[in-house]
Structures are given as C-alpha cells and as structure tokens.
Design a binder for this molecule. Structure first.
Ligand SMILES: [Ca+2]
Length: 117
C-alpha cells in the first residue's frame, strides 16, 4: 500500500512494531506516548491534586486519540483499534508513573522536613 505524502521517515521509524499480538500492540510510538503521559502528569501535578492531575492527563490523552481518529488520512495514518487502546494505556501508565515519582519525592521531602524538626 502506498503511503500518503505526509508520511515521513521519522513516522516510518516510529511505526516499527515491538510487540504485535491480537490484543497487544506496542511500537516505537509507544515511547512517545509514555513520555507524553509522564510530561502531562508532571505538568498537571504542579496545579492540582494527584487524582485530578491524572484525570486531566488521561482526558488530554483521550482527546488526542479522538482528534487522531478524526484526522485519519489527513495528517495521520489510520491505526488499528488495538493500537489506539494501547496508546491510551501507555499514556496513562506514563501519567501514573509521574504521579508515583511525585508522591515519592513529596514523601522524601516530608521525611527531610520531619528530620529537621
Ligand atoms: Ca494513536
């Protein structure tokens, strides 16, 4: 199948599948989604509680996937439903990881404050 004109060498590289099973699809884009999830989590945690930061991050991740579906064949290559679901799962995992890292850091900060008292 011929690729559309907007399909770049970077997209071709990122499209390489790492795991490709009937219910699991991980490709190099998954690292982009993981990083995006972590960054969204780290940004939102600065402004609100962890549970709301996670909710905002997941909302944006879902909005992105919906926009991607709406713009299929315009700026995105259509992907399988399994790929889309794993993009959301991996993005959520990234945001959750950011929450966990932040909780741990806050916990250490509190311990440090306690030891100073
Ligand atoms: Ca996607």
């Amino acid at each position: 199948m011929e690729k559309p004109s907007f399909y770049t060498a970077i997209q071709e590289l990122l499209d390489r599948a790492i795991l490709d099973f009937p219910f699991i699809y991980i490709d190099l884009w998954s690292f982009v989604h993981l990083t995006s999830g972590v960054l969204l989590g780290l940004i939102f945690i600065r402004f609100t509680r962890a549970v709301f930061a996670l909710a905002w991050a997941v909302t944006l991740i879902l909005a992105y996937e919906i926009a991607e579906l709406a713009l299929n064949n315009v700026v995105f290559i259509p992907e399988t439903p399994v790929d889309t679901i794993w993009d959301v799962i991996v993005g959520f995992a990234g945001a959750f990881l950011a929450m966990r890292l932040t909780w741990k850091r806050k916990g250490q900060h509190k311990k440090h404050e306690d030891s100073q008292a």
